[in-house]
Design a protein around this ligand. Structure first.
Ligand SMILES: C[S@@+](CC[C@H](N)C(=O)[O-])C[C@H]1O[C@@H](n2cnc3c(N)ncnc32)[C@H](O)[C@@H]1O
Length: 264
């Protein structure tokens, strides 16, 4: 088994055999999308590539463990992932700031984050850790929402939680990084689509608990691993680009210093 809490400078496919089957609580797979000109992103058939990944993660996950697979809207079209994992949601990460320059079609302005679990029930789904603000008052709901539920056609009792609601499956509240974002480690990272920590945080908080093991197989500059370190999760990060590994390690060191600073 690979040592935990480090970023490996390696090709993920070469290291997967060294990860024990049934050992991973959560995999966050922000790998190739098959759309950019980055060398690592040139994948001839992204769906087949993703199916291969899904089959690998299915073996590595514990029962009830979760996989979040990032991609474009067609990233799992026409492939049969059902023998491996159970698709629970296709989260739309909406990016209204994206330049919309299309002239003969509607410009794509969202990514998909496919949420899979192994088996029928998630080990962890910590809704309380990821609630977002209610947009309307309870009074409005009680008066206006006498509508049948979508699933069974019956009227349900309005459930209102003052601490916030489920974030749903369209996320427009987390902004993509821009070249002005403080979090951005450098301009190259923008090209490889460094993700906001807030986005990774939502996935990690929802689908793991402290002490769990999270796999970050296409770690980039280490956003998911950094979040894991801060939230007390163990992680295995893998990244092929040595410059990114170095940046990720620096970020991890910053978190470690921060945590140590808080103790004193
Ligand atoms: C979309 S980026 C990940 C960004 C990351 N989530 C972050 O916030 O920094 C995908 C990364 O996967 C890496 N990559 C692509 N193929 C790989 C492979 N076979 N093994 C390891 N890393 C790979 C690329 O170098 C790139 O940094």
């Amino acid at each position: 088994m690979l040592e935990v809490n480090r970023i490996y400078h390696a090709d993920a496919f070469e290291l997967f055999p060294q990860i024990d089957d049934g050992s991973i609580d959560l995999a966050v797979c922000d790998g190739p999308y098959g759309i950019t000109t980055n060398k690592w992103d040139r994948i001839s058939n992204i769906q087949e590539f993703n199916l291969r990944l899904i089959s690998i993660f299915a073996a590595k996950l514990k029962d009830g463990g979760a996989l979040y697979l990032f991609g474009k809207p067609n990233c799992i079209d026409f492939i049969d992932y059902r023998p491996f994992l159970n698709l629970r949601a296709k989260i739309v990460w909406y990016q209204p700031s994206r330049l919309a320059q299309g002239r003969i079609n509607y410009t794509n302005n969202y990514d998909i984050i496919c949420y899979f679990i192994k088996g029928d029930r998630p080990k962890t789904y910590d809704l309380d850790a990821i609630r977002v603000s209610q947009l309307v008052e309870l009074e409005h709901r009680l008066r206006c929402e006498r509508v049948p539920s979508v699933t069974n056609g019956k009227y349900g009792k309005t459930k209102f939680n003052g601490d916030g609601k489920n974030p749903g499956d369209v996320w427009g509240d987390i902004k993509q990084l821009t070249y002005k974002s403080k979090e951005l480690v450098n301009r190259d990272a923008l090209n490889t689509i460094q993700k906001p920590e807030q986005l990774m945080e939502r996935l990690v908080k929802a689908s793991s608990t402290e002490g769990d093991l999270v796999l970050d197989p296409f770690a980039g500059v280490g956003t998911c691993s950094v979040v894991c370190r801060r939230l007390g999760r163990h992680f295995i990060g893998i990244e092929r680009d040595s410059q990114f590994v170095e940046i990720a390690n620096n970020r991890l060191q910053d978190v470690a210093n921060d945590l140590a600073g808080r103790l004193f």
